[in-house]
Design a protein around this ligand. Structure first.
Ligand SMILES: Nc1nc2c(c(=O)[nH]1)N[C@H]1C(S)=C(S)[C@@H](COP(=O)(O)O)O[C@H]1N2
Ligand SMILES: [Mo]
Length: 327
């Protein structure tokens, strides 16, 4: 076994020398399928991501074309299985496996989202009307959790800016707050005081208007599974995962910076901005590298974490700001 050690100490096993059994078997299946001609209509790209397409039987499909301007095509998608069984959603328990096990009690229809505060046109929208407010598109984003792992997920939604335009923020609006459902009957985790409930998050208005900020209704070609934040969540690929609030019931426009769930719990560990930044360590661990979920195993290498999680187009939002101070 040859393992190249890079100067930065990150192990890079040569892919040609490592063929884990699962990969070997999936290649064999692939060849078998070629032989019986069952892959007609399936792109090579899909074949290369085949385990990312194994979805929940009976799940409601949600079709949307991929927007190539916002799709990481060069990275392998996280297998659907991992993205839906390794979750953070404390309203359903703090173990990674608990949201998938416990979120069956979440009732996602009927569901309304209220948008109010500093807007000229406050509104309460039924989830299905909200979903139709702008054309849905698929975007393949990296999601980097502050805990040091990442995934590559094909989300379905539209830029939050579409909704912001509809409600017409007043000149006082400088921040946007996202508020998650807070119902003990549906969310057993609310009985535990790990966080202050409801789960709240927030953005500066210009961050919320950045085209990357995705109001998200689906993933992997289907409506969001409950454990991933059904029926609507936000996806902010340049920020740590906890900024992307799930199961949103209220979006409020504010003059002042809102409090946020993790900042309330541990203010010196989690700031308001929480941009992915390999140069600012968490007080208890480094943020320099990350583990890609689905690549675990003896030879899985750690990836270097990129500034803004690789989304350098957001840098201008923070020009002139000391990102060590505003972490
Ligand atoms: N309401 C709510 N939203 C939440 C969380 C949560 O506990 N409650 N966890 C956050 C964290 S820490 C992460 S990493 C992402 C995980 O999203 P995923 O499970 O879809 O990958 O959701 C975020 N949104
Ligand atoms: Mo996270």
């Amino acid at each position: 076994m040859l393992i190249k050690i890079r100067p930065d100490g990150i192990d890079l096993p040569l892919s040609s020398e490592i063929t884990p059994r699962a990969v070997f078997e999936s290649r064999r299946d692939f060849i078998r399928q070629l032989a019986v001609g069952s892959i007609a209509g399936t792109s090579l790209y899909e074949m290369a991501n085949r385990e990312a397409f194994a979805q929940t039987p009976g799940a409601q499909k949600l079709a949307a074309g991929t927007n190539p301007a916002y799709a990481l095509m060069s990275e392998k998608k996280t297998p659907y299985k991992d993205a839906t069984t390794y979750n953070n959603f404390y309203e359903f328990g703090t173990d990674k496996s608990e949201p998938a096990q416990n979120s069956g009690t979440l009732k996602t229809r009927p569901w309304t989202v209220t948008i109010d505060g500093e807007v000229k046109k406050p509104m309460t929208l039924d989830i299905d009307s909200l979903m139709k407010l702008a054309p849905l598109e698929e975007r393949i984003y990296r999601l980097r959790c502050v805990e040091g792992w990442s995934m590559v997920i094909p989300w379905i939604g539209y830029s939050l800016s579409n909704l912001i335009k509809k409600v017409e923020p007043t000149s006082n609006a400088r921040y946007v707050e996202f508020i998650t459902l807070d119902d003990k009957k549906q969310m057993p985790g609310l009985r535990s005081p790990v966080l202050e409930w409801p789960y709240v998050e927030g953005l500066r208005l210009d961050e919320a208007n950045h085209p990357l900020a995705l109001l998200t209704f689906g993933m992997y070609g289907e409506v969001l599974p409950n454990q991933n934040g059904a029926p609507v969540r936000i996806a902010l690929p340049w920020k740590y995962g906890f900024k992307s609030a799930k199961s949103i019931v209220k979006i409020r426009f504010l003059k002042d910076q809102p409090r946020t769930a993790w900042n309330i719990t541990a203010p010196h560990e989690y700031g308001f901005y929480s941009n992915v930044n390999p140069d600012v360590d968490h007080p208890r661990w480094s943020q320099a590298t990350e583990r890609r979920i689905g690549e675990d195993g003896l030879f899985a290498r750690k990836r270097k974490t990129l500034m803004f999680n690789g989304y350098s187009e957001v840098a201008s939002l923070y020009s002139g700001m000391d990102l060590k101070k505003f972490f």
